[in-house]
Unconditional design. Structure first.
Length: 375
């Protein structure tokens, strides 16, 4: 009889005990949450949110995560037309950049159109069929193949990438060698655009430094201070790809030193620093050298053409570094000029680009407002 009661009552007792433990845990957690709450901190957070809202800054859900700034209307139209199968607006856009010798805008437009071509190239095939010797179509084809190769590989680390993915990646990238060469043959003699895309082929295939030097000579003989070319080449020279921190820094410092004001080259020492910084404090960002580098990049941005297609990318980085240096008002101003768009460094390296942008932006804006109130 005792055994029967024990068998019957033991599960009931265990169930009651578990319920009591859960009840006590809920009470303790509630007490701890109440104990942790800080009325002053909550009030400060509320005031900060009010200040941000008063400045008209946009919340994370209203940040565009794919663009660094508003897209030109003509490019938006060309992209929409391409997705609908119509290649003519894209052809017109690239022809105009060639006529104007606007190589910065030509490569910027090509990059966006190539992304569309890597998703679906029906419109590009129709363009190539209609105009087999089109320099614009050849340029977009070569760059879209590079995007396609990286898409085949995927974004995961090597140990999580299949042999089939690697095979497709290398096969497609190897094909781009001939496509870049054909684009160069058809391009205006002074157009660096085909060689800019070739840098990413060199990165993916692990081309030796001698090959990169050849590509770089082809670019700089045509456009010595081309922003996208320098950004892409700096990636090649970074330790994560085919170089090292020392090589990347030397490349960036040389580019900044040799460039005239307004070319945005002064930002590259900061990018080289960002790409290799593994510290967990702002000490390395507050050295005399880093203050000087940020000041030089600020002056460079101020001297640049306001319509330079890469200026917003520079503003994102300036806002970030000015924040790290506690230069709140200057940081807030840069963020104000790019608010609503977060498709740029450093945010695109983050898991939550919009959230991280807003966190840093809000810190700068709130502290800048506080400084103004205290002055």
């Amino acid at each position: 009889m005792k055994i029967v009661l024990w068998v019957v009552l033991t599960p009931i007792a265990l169930l009651v005990l578990a319920f009591v433990v859960m009840f006590l845990k809920a009470i303790v957690q509630g007490w701890m949450a109440g104990w942790r709450s800080d009325p002053d901190a909550e009030e400060a957070e509320r005031k900060a949110a009010e200040r941000v809202a008063a400045l008209g800054l946009l919340p994370p859900e209203r940040q565009h995560t794919e663009l660094a700034a508003p897209q030109p209307k003509a490019l938006t139209v060309a992209i929409a037309a391409a997705r609908a199968g119509d290649w003519e607006p894209a052809a017109k856009l690239l022809d105009e950049t060639a006529t104007a010798r606007d190589w910065e805008r030509r490569t910027a437009y090509c990059e966006k159109l190539a992304e569309v071509g890597a998703e679906d190239d029906a419109w590009l095939l129709a363009w190539e069929a209609a105009h087999p010797d089109s320099a614009g179509a050849a340029l977009v084809r070569a760059r879209s193949s590079v995007f396609l190769a990286w898409k085949i590989r995927g974004a995961k680390r090597a140990q999580h990438t299949t042999g089939e993915q690697f095979e497709g990646f290398h096969r497609t990238l190897t094909r781009t060698r001939g496509e870049h060469a054909r684009a160069a043959e058809l391009a205006p003699a002074d157009d660096p655009s085909p060689y800019v895309g070739e840098i990413w082929t060199a990165i993916g295939l692990g081309c030796p430094h001698e090959e990169m030097h050849r590509i770089w000579k082809d670019i700089t003989s045509r456009a010595p201070h081309h922003y996208e070319a320098h950004f892409s080449a700096l990636q090649y020279w970074c330790g994560k790809w085919r170089g090292s921190e020392e090589l990347a820094t030397a490349f960036a410092v040389k580019a900044a030193a040799e460039a005239p004001p307004g070319t945005l080259m002064k930002i590259f020492p900061l990018i080289a620093h960002f790409e290799h910084d593994e510290s967990d404090t702002t000490d390395v960002d507050r050295t005399p050298e880093m203050y000087a580098a940020v000041d030089a990049a600020l002056a460079d941005a101020a001297a640049a053409d306001p319509d330079h297609p890469r200026l917003p990318e520079v503003r994102h980085l300036l806002g970030y570094f000015l924040n790290l240096q506690g230069r709140w008002e200057a940081s807030a101003e840069q963020f104000r000029l790019v608010d609503g768009y977060v498709g740029a460094l450093p945010w695109r390296y983050r898991g939550d680009p919009a959230g991280e942008f807003c966190r840093v932006r809000d810190e700068s804006a709130v502290n800048a407002a506080a400084e103004q109130e205290g002055s």
